[in-house]
Structures are given as C-alpha cells and as structure tokens.
Ligand binder design. Structure first.
Ligand code: ADP
Length: 654
C-alpha cells in the first residue's frame, strides 16, 4: 500500500494534465505538477489545504459538481470558463469524478482540469481572421473567384500528351476551349461579382458562368489555358467579359495560385478588375489624337510644335517640310533658332514670352534648306500636350507682302520728295518771274504816260494788261506752291468785315460794269464790328469767288451775302456764313467734282472763252482748309451758281 501510494503519487505528479486528488473534505492529497504550474502554486503550500481556501472564487456550479462527485456522480465539461479574482476569464476543460476506498466507500474526488484559454483565444482569432477575410473577399471592389482546376488540369495534361502544340490545337478547335473552361469548377465568388455581372445570386452566377464567355476574345481564353497548362503561378492580361445585363466590359484578369496549392496547382484565385471606363477614355483619346494628327499633318497651313524650354522642334507637318525644304524628320532634330536667317539665341526668349501671354505674334526672316530667305509671320499659342506646355506655331509666308510694303514705302517717299521739289521749284520760279514782270508792268505804265501816239498808247495798254494777267497767274502759282510746300502762313489781325467787303467789291466793280453785271451785298445787321482774321487771305478768297462770279456771268447779278450763324459771347467767337451768288452760266453736273482740283477747269472750251488757270478754287479751298473751313457750292446750268463757306472767328465790338 505504501509503495502503491508512492507510485500513485509519482504517476499523478507527472501526468501531463492538471490533476488534483481531494479527500472527501476537499482537502488536497495529490496534485500534478501541471496543476501547480497552471495555477501558479507550490506543492508545499497546497497539500492538506482546503480546496475552496486555495480558490475562494470557485463558482457555485463547480461546487455543485464537487458535491455530486461525493455522491458518486461524474460530471465534465469540454469547454467551461470562470472569472478570476482579477476579472480575467479563464477557459477550462474539466472532469470531476469520485474515487473509492478499498471498501467501496467514496474517499474523495479527482479533478482533471485543462486550461484551454490560449487555445480558445487562438480559435477566436482564427475565426475573426476568417471573417475578416470573408468580408474583404466579399466587399472588395474587384471580382474574386476561387476555382478548382483539378479537372481542367487533368484534361489539359491529357491534351498535352496528344498534341504537340496546345495553342495550335486550340486555335483549330475553338470548341475545345469552351470545353476546357467548362471543366473549371467555380468554388466561390465574392459578393461584388453579383453587381459586376448583374447576377441575382451566387448560385446563378456559378451556374451560368459559361454565358460570360465572349467569342471575340477566344485568343485570350487560349492564353489563359496555356498559362494553366504551363503551370504558371501568376498570370495577368487585358481581357473582356460579357455580363448578364450590362453588355461587354473591358477587364484586367489576374490568375494567382494560392500559397497552399503551389504544389498541386489545383486551386486559383481569379481577380477581375473593370477597366471599361479607362478603355473608353483611352479610345476617345486615341480618336481625338488621330483626328488632330490628321488635322495637323494634312493642313496646308505650315505648323510647328516647339518645346519652350529648349526651342527644339517637337513636331512639324508636311506643309512645314515643303515650305522650309527639310524633311519632317530633319525638322524634328532642329531648333527653331536654326530657322532664323541669322540664327539667334533671342528666339527662345521671344518664345518664352509667348508662353507667358498665351498668344503672340512675330515676324521673322527665315532661312530655307536651299539657302533662300523668306519673310514669315508667326502666330504662336500655348498648348498643353501630354501635360507639358508646348508652343504651337502657325507660319505664313509674307515675303511678297513685305516686298510690296517696302516698295510702297519707297514709292511714297520718292513721290513726296518729287512733289516737294516741284513746289520748291515753282515757288522759286514764280519769285524769279515776278521781279522782271513788275519792271515790265511798271515801265509800260510809265511809257503809257509819255508822249505817245494813239497806236503806241494802245500797244502800251496791251503790254500792261497782259503783264497784269501774267502777274495774277504767277501769284496764283506762287500761292498754290507755297500752300503745297506747307510754306504759307496766316497772319490774323483785327479787321472790319464791312470794310473788307467794300474794298473787295471796289476792286471788281469796273470789271462787273464792263460785263454788264450788277453787284449787290447783303450783310445781316448782327455782324460784329470787328473780327480777327488774315485780311489779305480772306480778301483773296472773296475776290476769287466774286471774280469767278463776274467772269462767268454776263448781264446778270452777283450778290455777296454774309450773315451770322451763331455768336458765342462768352468766348467772343462768331460763326459767319459767306456766300457769293451769281446768275451766270452755272456748272454742269458732270464737272462738279473736278473744279476744286488744281489746274482743272470745267472744260477747255470755257478756258478759251473766259481765260484763267484753274487754280483759283483750289487755292480758295486750301486757304479755307487752313482756316478750318471748306467751300461748298450749288449750281444749275444756265441759271447760276452759289459758292458758300462758314468761318468761326474771334470778334470784338470796339
Ligand atoms: P479759273 O482760273 O479757271 O477760274 P477756278 O479754280 O477759279 O479757275 O475755277 C475753276 C473752274 O470752275 C472754272 O474754269 C469754271 O469752269 C468753274 N467755275 C468757277 N466759278 C464759277 C462760277 N461762278 N460760274 C460758273 N463756273 C464757275
């Protein structure tokens, strides 16, 4: 007994489980080391001790088991837990059974306990992680399928043995491709797949997966099978798939053998990512790219695309190649500065300016492959190509335009110089002519007053008259050329208008009388007493108009009219209207335009009849122009003419 006691103690002590043997008062008799270890106890502290004293927090349910064991009952639990004094929960697996004395009486109880907290936790973690993965699997925004490849692999192996080139075999037997795919067993699909394919349920999707096959992509399906046959662990490609309700989608499919199946290669994860939108955008981009390419390349306008950083020609169209004489490829290796007639570093700086302002205009002198020079105008604008700032240049050949411009400038300069020289010559000539002429007139008058017979007197008169008319012509020419040469100046002075008109009429009175004309003047009463104007020039204007009126009227009337249009007292200025009206021959409709032109008369028959140079009205009008006015007239052939002009002049009443 003693020996068996020791043996028992030995067996219990070293049992790998936590074992406690209690007497019927629940005092410790034997404990296994595992028990001590699990509950962090020492043997010497425990033997003989009362169980509930060692574990005061033993729950009632267990105390109940102890009581039942003492009554001969066995209780156990595969998984139980109790809350420890520190609040943590310990999971256990236990058994509580009585032990018997040789006399069959119950000697006490044996407790087998196993702390399973760690295992429990591991299980919990595993469960959680499984759930997490499931969530990920179901909710990820890509289609994930798990497929069993065992059958298809066997089938492929068989085919491989029969056909040297599997690919060729599949190409020739497209039905076999579908047959192979039918052998791929879909094990699981994630929730997202339902949305993606428009399937009502996973079961439906798995059952009808063959409908997702598109005939068009048969070559892709062959590639997939080939990857499987070649025992690839990973395979990826662009692909397309049908759906149940959304038509064909562009996708990227990735096939991956999970770690666990790397040996057998019997399972795969197939992920399918939707790239329909990207594809559409790419397609649209390609289309617009092609469109713009065609526009750019086919355009007859010369176009260059430049890199603003380097000035390099990034692109050029055929029109540019034709124009410059270098091929498109050569142009693409050139810098825009190389196109300048005198290669210039400034080109780049100017181009950068284009970048800043978005748009710019230049004129350059360019050089062509054959060494000839061309003038070009360049319309530069900023464009973004592939996210990079570029300069788009449209080039126009303006060589002809430039040449014409240059010629016009030269011709204009020459004409101006010639006209000025002519006016200067005339001014000088007139001056030179007047001096001897004055002598001729003066001495003829003196001669006239000497003792001459009547014939001689008549000849002297003719010389004086001819001299005076020649002088008048020369004066006109002098005035005209002075005005043309911008040498004529106005000298305004205070003058009496009534006096001026009176003096002017007096000069013409005799001539009017000779031609049987009557002279009238109509001056309104509100004409200021004095005005400020160039007396001689104003007299010249009036004399010209009245002179013409008298000249072109016979036995009629000539009336000079002056009336006030407005008076600005504050600024002491008066606006006056002058008109010279006659009842003469009038001016023919078709000649109205030309009578203001220098040296132009209505027609030559009139010249012969009435004399004159055709300068009078031209001078009058130019003088009026200098006084900020202009001549107008109304005329009716055979009835008479009225020439008018307005003048705004300073006035004084005292
Ligand atoms: P001219 O020295 O020949 O008179 P003008 O320049 O004074 O030169 O006039 C140009 C022409 O205009 C005249 O030749 C004449 O044909 C026409 N003309 C000018 N004034 C009158 C007028 N009052 N009546 C008719 N014809 C006129």
């Amino acid at each position: 007994m003693e020996q068996s006691y020791d043996l028992m103690q030995y067996i219990i002590k070293h049992d790998p489980n936590a074992i406690t043997v209690l007497d019927k008062h629940l005092r410790y008799i034997y404990v296994s080391e595992r028990f001590l270890k699990d509950y962090k106890l020492e043997e010497k502290d425990i033997i003989g001790k009362y169980h509930y004293e060692a574990f005061p927090d033993i729950p009632e349910k267990w105390r109940e088991s102890h009581r039942r064991a003492l009554n001969g009952e066995v209780t156990r639990s595969e998984e139980d837990y109790y809350e420890k004094a520190d609040g943590s929960v310990e999971y256990t697996r236990w058994e509580c059974r009585p032990w018997y004395l040789p006399n069959q009486e119950i000697g006490g109880i044996v407790l087998y306990t196993e702390v399973i907290t760690e295992r429990k936790q591991a299980e919990k973690h595993l469960q959680e992680s499984r759930e997490r993965y499931r969530q990920l699997f179901d909710n990820s925004p890509v289609v994930i399928w798990e497929e069993d490849l065992s059958q298809v692999r066997e089938h492929l192996n068989r085919l491989k043995r029969q056909h040297k080139d599997l690919e060729v075999f599949f190409v020739n037997n497209p039905k076999e491709v579908i047959n192979c795919f039918a052998k791929m067993k879909i094990v699981d699909v994630n929730d997202y797949s339902l949305d993606f394919y428009g399937a009502p349920s996973k079961a439906y999707l798995i059952e009808h997966a063959h409908q997702l096959f598109t005939q068009r992509a048969i070559n892709n399906y062959i590639r997939i099978l080939k990857a499987v046959a070649d025992r690839k662990l990973y395979f990826r490609m662009e692909h397309e798939t049908n759906t149940f309700n959304q038509g064909i989608k562009n996708v990227i499919i990735e096939i991956r053998i999970p770690e666990k199946y790397k040996e057998t290669l019997t399972r795969v994860y197939v992920t399918t990512t939707d790239i329909t939108k990207q594809k559409k955008t790419e397609e649209a981009l390609r289309e617009s790219e092609t469109k713009f390419r065609t526009l750019f390349e086919g355009q007859s306008a010369i176009q260059l695309i430049l890199d603003p950083e380097t000035g390099m020609i990034v692109d050029a169209n055929q029109a540019a190649a034709d124009f410059y004489g270098w091929s498109v490829d050569t142009l693409k290796r050139m810098n825009v500065g190389d196109l300048r007639a005198h290669p210039s570093k400034k080109t780049l700086i100017e181009l950068k300016k284009a970048i800043e302002n978005g748009k710019a205009y230049f004129e350059f002198n360019n050089k062509r492959a054959d060494g000839t020079f061309v003038d070009v105008e360049v319309f530069s604008s900023l464009v973004i190509i592939d996210g990079k700032k570029m300069i788009h240049n449209i080039v126009h050949d303006i060589t002809e335009k430039k040449r014409a411009e240059r010629e016009i400038v030269i011709a204009k300069e020459q004409a101006l110089a010639a006209s000025k020289a002519k006016s200067e010559f005339l001014a000088n000539m007139s001056h030179e002519l007047r001096t001897p002429l004055n002598a001729i007139i003066g001495f003829s008058e003196l001669l006239h007053d000497t003792a001459l017979d009547s014939t001689q007197k008549k000849y002297a008169d003719i010389i004086v008259n001819a001299g005076e008319s020649l002088l008048s012509i020369i004066n006109d020419i002098l005035d005209f050329s002075k005005i043309e040469a911008n040498k004529l100046e106005l000298f305004p002075e205070k003058l009496s208008l009534t006096q001026l008109i009176e003096d002017t009429l007096n000069l013409i009175r005799f001539k009017a009388y000779e031609r049987g004309n009557r002279l009238f003047e109509e001056l309104s009463g509100d004409i200021p007493k004095y005005v400020v104007a160039d007396l001689n020039r104003l007299k010249q204007i009036l004399l010209n108009l009245i002179g013409n009126a008298v000249k072109f009227t016979e036995k009629g009337t000539v009336t000079i009219k002056v009336h006030t249009l407005s008076i600005d007292s504050a600024n002491q200025r008066v606006s006056l209207r002058f008109c010279v009206q006659d009842t003469g021959i009038g001016i023919r409709e078709e000649n109205r335009e030309k009578i203001f032109e220098a040296f132009n008369q209505e027609d030559y028959s009139i010249t012969r009849k009435f004399g004159g140079t055709g300068l009078g009205l031209a001078i009058t009008n130019r003088l009026l122009h200098m006084m900020s006015s202009a001549l107008t007239f109304e005329s009716e052939e055979g009835k008479g003419s009225t020439f008018c002009f307005n003048l705004t002049l300073p006035f004084e009443n005292e």
